[in-house]
Design a protein around this ligand. Sequence first.
Ligand code: ARG
Length: 476
Amino acid sequence: MTLKKKIISHNNFVRGRFKDDISQITADFTASLDIDRKLADFDIDGSIAHLYAIEKAGIVGKKEKKALEKALLKIKSEIESGELELNKKYEDIHMNVEKRLIELVPESGAKLHTGRSRNDQVSVDFRLYVRSRIKLIANALIDLRAVLASVAKSNIKAVIPGYTHFQHAQPVSLAHHFLAYYEMFTRDFERMMNAYKAADVLTLGSGALAGVDFDIDRRLEADILGFGNISRNSMDAVSDRDFALEFNFALSMTALHLSRFCEELIIWNSFEFGFIKIKDEFTTGSSIMPQKKNPDVLELIRGKTGGVISNLLSLFIMMKSLPLAYNRDMQEDKKPVMESADTVYNSLSIFKEIIKTLEFDKEKMRSGLKDDSIYATDVATYLVKKGVPFRKSHEIAGKIVSYAENTGKTLSTLSLKEYKKITGYIDEDIFSIFNPESSVNSKKTTGGTSFKEIAMVLKEYEKEIENNKKSIQALK
Ligand code: ARG
């Protein structure tokens, strides 16, 4: 049997050392094509970079390189159009591509894997995948932040009750509440950019674990694939999945932030709160209760967050006992990352649309402030301004709240006489503090809820978003 015949007659062409064919059950169990078919484009890009390097190393000639590159690009479009049927019997995407290449260009195709192992190949493919998904998601985060900033801008003057322990705490601007999430998504953006850096390392040239015996120009490969760095230890390179974990962590944090926001909006959307209305197109009906308009999308984003966090954990657990270098366990790394990347990207996209079209019931929000014990801290502050030490003023304000409660009154309906009975420090001007706007605007610190401060921070955000867009464009 000639070498050529042997290669193409085998179902699985890495079985030269075996007497028997692989059993069906083993083939099915070990195949990863269902998952790694998503790496097809990256696998071909990686192969092209490797092809240039093996040409430079003299392993294939110029003509062969041209023919192989053409064939690889043809395979790419065949996969995209569905023309090429990928087959599980070739185990994974890498071997499916190689198999087809050998079919198209038999002699030269069989040379492509010189100086390469599937271990460095899969690492580079996965890194390319992670980089591309990070770009998508970082962009989606920017879009969502821009929407949050614009909703905030139109609602600076809407005052709502702010909560701690889910109890009325102090009045805040609706914009301030929304921009708290802007900050979270900004940190998520930064985390994505850091995860990009972790993935931005070329690992081709590491071979199975020890490096390869040919003059592979790794700088050339890095330049072709746009990698900023080149790995420095081949054993680490083929077994490092930190980059996938970092990406998965960034995804989990993003999902967590989305989930908290969803929870809040679900509450705000309830009859009892009635702060917001979600556009019909993002809600669903009930099969039995005709009146229902359910915030299912928000519930699902919240629900899917559990899966995203589990994916992070499953990757950690899969990795935790692996000795150097590559182990087949690592084939299980792609599913949790790909699943979470899709979930978070889809969640961000639909969530942005919901926020964009949210209707606010300002009356309802304001009526939440009718419980004017929410001004108790402002009463304590009033007393401080009159010269009472804070701990003392806190105690007096507490007494006032309790007096109001016991007499069935509220802070703003107590008479000046009643106030004076409790403390001599209170004058007529006390009544001016029971007002949402003056409470909000009496906050003086940077990062506080005053209208002025929010307007200022919004200007900062505008610049920040522009800069963030530029930093994504600068990525390869
Ligand atoms: N399908 C494998 C993975 O995803 C490719 C690497 C296989 N390497 C090996 N030595 N069996 O991890």
